[in-house]
Design a protein around this ligand. Structure first.
Ligand code: GUN
Ligand code: FE
Length: 421
């Protein structure tokens, strides 16, 4: 495939590369190269000319709760723990109904597609059947997904609290079944967070992580009340991060931890050593008044970071909104602490494309050999009134939305996955 258009990507943190009127060549799923002039050998091949459109890497969202897509925007007068009790758990309990779950999952995948998110790591619910259905539908959608059934065997309402052994057995069944039956969609171990999982559960999941060499996703140090609660639950372990480590739930280079706001320096050192990717969720952290992650400082310390929506703590699945909120929240920190320089828009965009894509493989930038995941954004009538550089077009798309006219995932155009739900 040969595409022509205005290409913009962030191959490394801090760089923005633009190819105005450039050419991108793919073969199968992967990129051959991005050129300012089409190499001779491709001269007589058909070209998809996107004209004045902007072509950027698609978003990858490494922290989102699929069932909570129906709750987006709701309940933000509460903070984390009462919000979970009052809004999140009652909604998640409804996913014992597989018909309901199926309808929500389709709407969820449609919404990611609409928002330009082509890859994700999602929490399902505790229900095995519903989680399996989300895996199957993800596979059918053409998007790239890591999906996990939530594990939760303490501090949950009766209708969601699992029997530890049954939960571990269900988890192992999903791991094996997805390996046998699915090609692209992978299982990710998903303990909800420390207060929701007993020692036996964490121990069992740690063993599964080791036995099947699986990735892990969870929440870490989101809210001060939560951090204090973890300290009470595990008085013999010095920090929240070390609880996960103790149970083998920080497999090196294969762990996503959302939020990571209230951490000690010692915890940061451990997270760096374990190559944990920290998913910064600015919209969620604002909505639930959780705090502001010191993102600039963490990046300077060499921690792996990305940005994520955390629906429904986050009020929208649109990663464009997450990118701009990342910049805005970093400015709030800067106003309070002048040494912590704010993130540029290009830096925040990187964290939503290559920064997150890195966890999913060679994806998230237009580099030779990488999977081709991209969005084509056509200037609206309003946009077309002014001559703008590709970077300015990106700024307006991120801050105020735009018209995505084509989406590519793994070198293929992806249409809306479930037009009728
Ligand atoms: N901590 C444990 N569960 C959740 C959840 O569903 N959302 C958020 N934001 N934090 C959590
Ligand atoms: Fe979350």
């Amino acid at each position: 495939m040969i595409l022509k258009g205005n290409f913009l990507h962030t191959p490394t943190f801090g760089t923005v590369e633009v190819h105005r009127g450039g050419w991108l060549v793919t073969q199968g799923e992967r990129i051959v190269g991005l050129y300012d002039a089409l190499p001779e050998e491709y001269r007589d091949q058909p070209v998809m000319d996107w004209g004045d459109s902007l072509i950027i890497p698609a978003f990858h969202d490494l922290h989102i709760h699929a069932p909570q897509i129906v709750n987006r925007g709701i309940g933000y007068d509460e903070q984390l723990l009462p919000w979970l009790e009052q809004y999140t758990f009652p909604t998640e309990a409804r996913f014992s109904d597989l018909d309901f779950a199926t309808r929500v999952w389709k709407a969820f995948l449609n919404r990611l597609w609409e928002s330009g998110t082509m890859g994700f790591a999602a929490f399902a619910t505790v229900h095995k059947q519903a989680a399996w259905r989300l895996m199957e539908l993800t596979e059918a959608s053409g998007l790239r997904g890591l999906v996990g059934k939530v594990n939760m065997d303490r501090n949950a309402p009766d209708c969601l609290r699992e029997d530890t052994q049954a939960s571990l057995a269900d988890t192992e069944e999903l791991i094996c079944r997805s390996r046998e039956e699915l090609k692209r969609t992978k299982y990710i171990l998903t303990p909800r967070f420390v207060p929701s999982t007993t020692e036996q559960m964490m121990d069992g999941l740690g063993q599964l992580a080791q036995r099947y060499q699986l990735p892990v996703q969870s929440h870490l140090s989101e809210n001060r009340g939560e951090v204090e609660w973890v300290a009470k639950l595990h008085p013999d372990i010095p920090t929240y991060t070390q609880v996960y480590e103790h149970f083998g739930l920080l497999p090196r280079g294969r762990t996503i931890m959302a939020h990571a706001i209230h951490l000690t320096q010692q915890e940061k050192e451990l997270l760096r050593e374990k190559e944990v990717i920290l998913a910064h969720c600015p919209l969620s952290n604002l909505n639930l008044s959780s705090g502001i992650m010191p993102l600039r400082d963490d990046l300077e310390r060499g921690l792996r970071c990305c940005v994520a929506s955390d629906v429904a703590g986050g009020n929208t699945a649109q990663m464009a909104r997450t990118v701009t909120a990342t910049v805005q929240l970093s400015k709030v920190r800067w106003m309070q602490r002048p040494k912590e320089t704010p993130l540029s828009l290009g830096e925040a965009f990187y964290l939503a494309t290559r920064g997150s894509g890195e966890f999913l493989g060679d994806v998230g930038a237009f580099l030779p050999g990488f999977q081709f995941d991209a969005l084509v954004i056509r200037p609206t009538a309003l946009d077309a009134l002014m001559e703008r550089s590709p970077y300015e077009r990106l700024e307006q798309f991120l801050y105020d939305g735009g018209e995505i006219v084509q989406r590519y995932c793994g070198g293929k155009a992806v249409e809306k996955p479930f037009p009728e739900i």
